[in-house]
Design a protein around this ligand. Structure first.
Ligand code: 5GP
Length: 180
């Protein structure tokens, strides 16, 4: 079994790139079919979704817009608490179909916040596409329209996902291995 070490932890290969690509082909075909003749706005949630977005969007052979968004955390000067602000949304989404591209949905809280932050901007509809989904951890109260691969509730890296800044560049996905 192929292994990688990042900082103090070892990870074992769990999802090879060939399986990731097959899942992406399926999601891309579903999205293309559902799009019809509509021109949606894809919103790529950085940093993790960059690799998924690059491979998925190449398979969407119809006109679409693509924008990259991110949550920037900073310590608020007034409240003293940590504030997370959505940055990078420079496309007007009023009346548009928005498709969020996310790397992984775990508890679902990040996408729930994003749905609220985008909802006040008046889109016609918001759809969600995630490469990876942890059903045993999900606490959200919304529908996920497109799921690439459901995974166990374990910590994974690679294909955009990092451990403390490392591992995003790997083409395969690796699972934290406590006994390696
Ligand atoms: P949620 O808000 O759904 O709990 O978490 C979403 C975010 O947490 C993801 O975008 C990702 O950044 C991070 N995350 C959740 N599970 C994992 C994991 O197994 N590995 C890594 N590297 N990040 C994860």
């Amino acid at each position: 079994m192929k292994k990688v070490t990042l900082h103090d932890k070892t990870f074992a290969l769990s999802i090879p790139n060939s399986e990731i690509q097959r899942a992406i082909d399926t999601v891309a075909a579903q999205i293309s079919k559902d799009m019809g003749t509509e021109v949606p706005v894809f919103l790529v949630l950085l940093n993790g979704a960059f690799m998924f977005a690059a491979d998925l969007l190449k398979q969407i052979e119809k006109p679409c817009e693509v924008s990259f968004i991110k949550y920037a955390s900073y310590v608020g000067t007034q409240s003293g608490g940590s504030v997370s602000e959505l940055i990078g949304l420079n496309t007007n989404i009023k009346g548009r179909t928005v498709i969020i591209l996310e790397d992984i949905i775990d508890t679902g809280l990040t996408v729930e916040k994003l749905l609220n932050d985008l909802g006040i901007k008046g889109p016609a509809q918001i759809k969600i596409a995630t490469l990876l989904y942890k059903p045993d951890a999900f606490k959200g109260n919304y529908k996920i329209d497109y799921v690439g691969i459901s995974v166990p509730n374990e910590f994974i890296v690679g294909y955009g996902l990092d451990y403390d800044g490392l591992g995003r560049n790997f083409k395969d996905i690796y699972t934290l291995c406590e006994t390696c």
